[in-house]
Design a protein around this ligand. Structure first.
Ligand code: F6P
Length: 547
């Protein structure tokens, strides 16, 4: 039996409950009492300016949250992670995505072996390959240049490179086409390759385990498509398929030359893997130098998280604010709202990072938790959201803390006309933060001459908390900094909640059941023990299929 006290029985927890019971002042009140919080509640991490002044917290709230972090030894677990200890206890693994962006001369040991040289050896091999594809030195089976790169992977083997490719579009080799295929729905691969020439197409099969059914199925179909287009010559595969994996044996079984495999290790979690070989498609897109700038961005925030004192530690603060809302103010979700078209896949990426990490209901000792864990993370680029779901944030009944992310400068390649739109974009970000925080009182509405019966409808309660994250420009380094900020925020929350943020057993059951049900769909086979509802659905599906 563990002697770790249950979180809710800790005095630091009950102190926060008592503090909450005393009532939470509104944001108008908080700013009236202390306008300086606009500057005091700002933390700088790397090139990011993180403003948390529009949160429903006082100095006392923050101090109590920090006491909770101390009591739950967040920094102790952080140090164990950076040291390479096996903090993913249910899988007996170290958690070392931070080693993927460590400088060449760093020493980080797993089971007594320094892993940094291996990391850089793979990065160098990736760089060499990426340069050969970019320059045209790597050709396809017929000697034609590679013009299309298709990454096949799912979850962490897709979302990272797909998100970062969109985010860094302005830095990509525009003469190359990049596509990302993840869904086992054949339509995904069909749409990705239908206008491509196989002779000019490189497939990157990205899978940590190399057993994921969606990826292996798509990769097998991609190989058939390639061979059909190249006259069926098996040896064409070697020039058109590379693999990113920890599993050399399975890669070889699939028919990919191990020389064309880029390795990573079991201490890299899938959702933390895009700095590893999993980033190969991105590296081909932006080039090795830009990729390294991105890794340096990650590393800057790793160092901040590792060394900054609690009161100025951005991931710690953001993590604790989430604990405040989720555990003491009943918030169920968290919106991430980037004011950048390039970050269109950013929130989808964070969904896996956060929800696969902290969607847990037993603690590290296997006891059921009596407290809320990870929030539902959602959102899309801000201005589009404003014309869709912001209504609910402003005037609905739910408390939804949100992150507003924006940049001072648009990307350089925009025309002057399009650059001029940037101030309007950012005006929207600032206006939303303001409206969400301070709302509009009934008296203010009346003062505008609004008829009395409409006043309640036009009143905005305000007090919707936001963090505003600003940077000068969305560069590779800034993207790395942003992602690392969220990675460590998620870490902090998992540490406070005493859950294993690095396993994902919850994904397994569905995978196993899908394998059992498939023969019933394809061959009408009997699936022993199938529940009545699913059996009826299967029967209906088979009827419809035959119409
Ligand atoms: O969704 C579960 C999961 O294991 C993720 O954690 C992982 O990113 C994804 O599947 C893909 O796994 P693999 O890279 O092994 O194909």
């Amino acid at each position: 039996m563990s002697d770790t006290p249950l979180l809710t029985r800790r005095p630091q927890w009950t102190a926060l409950e008592d503090h909450r019971a005393q009532g939470v002042p509104g944001l108008r009140e908080l700013f009236a009492a202390d306008p300086a919080r606009a500057e005091r509640y700002v933390v700088r991490v790397g090139d990011l300016r993180v403003d948390y002044s529009k949160h429903l917290v006082t100095d006392e709230t923050l101090a109590l949250l920090q006491e909770l972090a101390e009591a739950t030894d967040v920094f102790g677990l952080r140090d164990a992670m950076f040291r390479g200890e096996k903090i993913n206890t249910t899988e007996g693994r170290a958690v070392l995505h931070t080693a993927l962006r460590a400088p060449r001369d760093a020493v980080i040991e797993v089971d007594g072996e320094n892993v940094v040289p291996k990391v850089h050896a793979v990065l160098d091999k990736m760089a060499d390959f990426a340069e050969r594809v970019r320059s045209g030195a790597w050709t396809g089976h017929t000697g034609q240049r590679i013009r299309n790169v298709v990454n096949i992977g799912i979850g962490g083997s897709d979302l990272g490179p797909a998100m970062a490719y969109e985010a860094l579009r302005a830095y990509t080799a525009r003469e190359l086409t990049f596509r990302f295929v993840s869904n086992v729905d054949g339509a995904d691969l069909h749409e990705a390759v239908r206008d491509l020439d196989p002779a000019e197409t490189l497939f990157i099969v990205a899978s940590k385990t190399f057993t994921t059914i969606e990826t292996i199925t798509n990769a097998t179909s991609a190989r058939s498509w390639l061979l059909a287009g190249l006259g069926g010559e098996e040896k064409a595969v070697a020039k058109h398929f590379v693999a990113l994996s920890t599993n050399a044996e399975k890669v070889t079984d699939f028919g990919i030359d191990p020389d064309n495999m880029f390795e990573f290790w079991d201490w890299v979690g899938g959702r933390y893997s895009y700095d590893s070989a999993i980033g190969l498609s991105l590296m081909i897109a932006i080039g090795p130098d830009r990729f390294r700038e991105m890794l340096d961005g990650f590393h800057r925030v790793d160092e901040h998280f590792r060394t900054a004192p609690a009161e100025a530690n951005a991931p710690l603060l953001l993590g604790l604010l989430g604990v405040w809302y989720g555990n003491f103010l009943d918030a169920q979700s968290h919106a991430v709202l980037p004011y950048s078209h390039y970050l269109s896949k950013f929130t989808a990426y964070l969904q896996q990072l956060d929800m696969e990490s902290n969607g847990k209901s037993v603690d590290r000792e296997g006891r059921g938790v009596e407290w809320q864990t990870g929030p539902v993370v959602w959102g899309t680029p801000g201005t589009n959201g404003q014309h869709a779901y912001y209504q609910l944030i402003h005037q609905g009944t739910k408390l939804i803390p949100a992150d507003l992310i924006g940049f001072a400068r648009p990307v350089a390649e925009l025309s002057d006309d399009l650059k001029a739109q940037h101030d309007l974009l950012m005006a929207n970000l600032f206006a939303q933060g303001q409206a969400l925080a301070f709302g509009k009182t009934a008296d203010e509405v009346r003062a505008e001459g609004v008829p009395e019966e409409q006043v309640p409808h036009r009143t905005f309660r305000g007090n919707h908390p936001t963090t505003t994250i600003l940077a000068a420009e969305l560069t590779p380094s800034v993207l790395g900094q942003l992602i690392a900020l969220y990675e460590h925020k998620v870490f902090v929350q998992g540490a406070v909640w005493n859950i294993d943020s690095f396993d994902q057993w919850g994904v397994e059951l569905g995978k196993v059941l899908a394998k059992r049900v498939e023969p019933a769909l394809t061959e009408g086979a009997d699936v022993p023990g199938l529940d009545a509802s699913t059996a009826a659905l299967v029967a209906a599906y088979r009827d419809l299929k035959e119409v």
